[in-house]
Ligand binder design. Sequence first.
Ligand code: ATP
Ligand code: MG
Length: 700
Amino acid sequence: MAASPFAAVPLTPAGHFRVNAHAATFHLLAHLQELAAAGALDLDETFARHPFLTGYLDGMCPYLPKDLHWAQGPAWWAENLRAWERAATVHLPLAALDATGLGLRERHALVLAGLVEEDSRFGSVFAEIQRPIEPRRPTLQTLAAILGDDVDPWSVHAALTSRGLVETVIGGGPRSEDVVTVPAELWAVLRGTPQEQPLPWGEVLDRDELDGAEDLLVPDGLRHQVDALVSRLGASGGRGAPRAVLVRGAHGSGRRRVLGALARGLGRGALFVDADHLDDARWARLGALCTALGALPVVRYALLPGQAVAVPAVPGLVGVLGLAVGSEGGLTGRVAEAAIRLDVPRPGPRERRAHWLAHLPRVREDDLDGVVDRHLLPGGQIRRAARRAREIADLDGRGDVVAGDVGRACAELGRERLDVLAQRLDPPGGTTRLVCDEASELQLLALELRCRHRERVLGTVGPGFGGTTGTGVRALLTGPSGTGKTLACRLLAAQLGMDLYRVDLAAVIDKYVGETEKNLHRILSAAEELDVVLLVDEGDSLLGNRTEVRSANDRFANLETNYLLQRLETYQGIVLVTTNAAEGIDPAFQRRMDVVLTLVEPGPMQRWELWQLHLPADHRVSPGHLDEVAARAEMTGGQIRNAAMQATFLALDDGHVVDDRLLDLAVAVEYGKAGAVSPFQRTLGEQRRRRSEAFLEALP
Ligand SMILES: Nc1ncnc2c1ncn2[C@@H]1O[C@H](COP(=O)(O)OP(=O)(O)OP(=O)(O)O)[C@@H](O)[C@H]1O
Ligand SMILES: [Mg+2]
């Protein structure tokens, strides 16, 4: 076999593009030649006016046979280009478009349309041959004429636009005088110069940068599914094959890695993009871009519950479209509906251990056990948390990451994601405890155990549970104000060693329709992913009885309640709701709660304990008096806390310690707040007198 005329050109994307640019230019020159033959222009003069054309001609001379006639050119180029391309060992963007059914002539048209970007001097040539309208870009008609007498402008146009390869600039004249341009992003890929990141709105990874199926830290079943899909899609060579693969899973669960592994298995790179970044124009060229890049497009959607979004067709795409969606919402349209579906489950302890080990190879075994058990994070979050934990250890000058670093790292990640809509509550101090009756204590213990073993229980429950259990724990704490509901939640989170976030209802509830759900959605998803305890404190406003719809406002309030009802069912984290108006809570909520727990007002014994807990250590309240106050002043924990604080202030002011008298005063203040009279009423008289005496003494 004779050597290719292009043998001296490296068969790389850039080299291949250069030869194609020459081929397209040859067709343009041949067209000028024809025009000259028809007497429409003088070839010598044209070359004299555009001397750069001679340069191009000289550039292609080394390949062209000496005796090649202009009219034989197209056939010669077709034969030799094709033969040369067949020897390619690398991905050639322009040649890759052939798989979309694009013919060589249309490829020349595409390159001709883009040549102006390459060398603006071509603009002057186009202007000249397109008189009298003189656009500096080729019109459809010109492109067709360059490709041959028999070429229909509309078929060229259809071939290019239907694959998203060109955009038509409508000029207002006859349609065949519209000019076409190649989108800049696509042109940059086609010309084959390596670029770090070719697209500002998506991330392109080469095949080598993607994980293979064997590297995925997912259950074996899913890995096998990916392998099977690779064989199926690889073997069917496109015909009759599914056009999309839809992967469902939580944010951070590794959906995109799974699709990346599929791409790698198919010998491709991947283009990752968020659906929010794709407008109509980008959707239109997504397929062509990915085909040219040799990448599998992976579009990630963030949908709300009940939201349905249509996936547009992706013209110009060879192979499958990857779709990544969360556990909510759905995709519609022909492409999505025919998609093959995969589910990425939340990682179990085995996968989590593998994730942590992959990112924290030197963590101690018992630290690792604790970390795996304590943070039920998806893979993506583990990666992020591990990176942060390594930084924390580095900053402390330690080489090894310990469990505490991971805890801090998770807390930081939580703060970053949740801070706008929720507020982190610090764990209560070491000696703080909840004073309550035995029944409540038992209930609280049951709740704690439920939270602690929420994952382990999955494999243990009886068959009657079917597949209905998850790792979610939903608890409702009711009881009068000041009985310690919020405190109980803080203690619970501390005992579990988890971070606690209180939903900022003022920030979440929005007067605009749909916004509250969106905010709730964001917060619940983030809390679920980061595995923090979520506290909906005084949640009455969200969980109120669904009202009869009398006004539009009622309907929206109901929508929010409905949303929360629906979302809580699938919630995989721990959520604690408190209210002091249990009767106001929608019964549907009560039913969905795993634990409903009531804190009652404390009795005399508990009040005594509460006083002990809140009075300063050096108080001098006589034991008999404290017994009496505890017995007779029917206060809640919250009120006792306030009174103890008040007494401490009074003592500070007085230069004394808390004694019977100051305690009585403080109790009176607390009763006064509620508009009641304390059984231990004393006057302020003595306090005032002493104060003015001290003042007078201080005078010079
Ligand atoms: N049972 C209790 N044991 C210990 N301390 C308590 C108890 N109840 C209340 N306290 C004290 O009162 C403070 C306030 O209680 P907390 O905020 O938990 O009450 P709450 O039930 O959430 O009230 P509200 O319904 O008004 O929000 C606590 O920080 C704690 O100091
Ligand atoms: Mg509270």
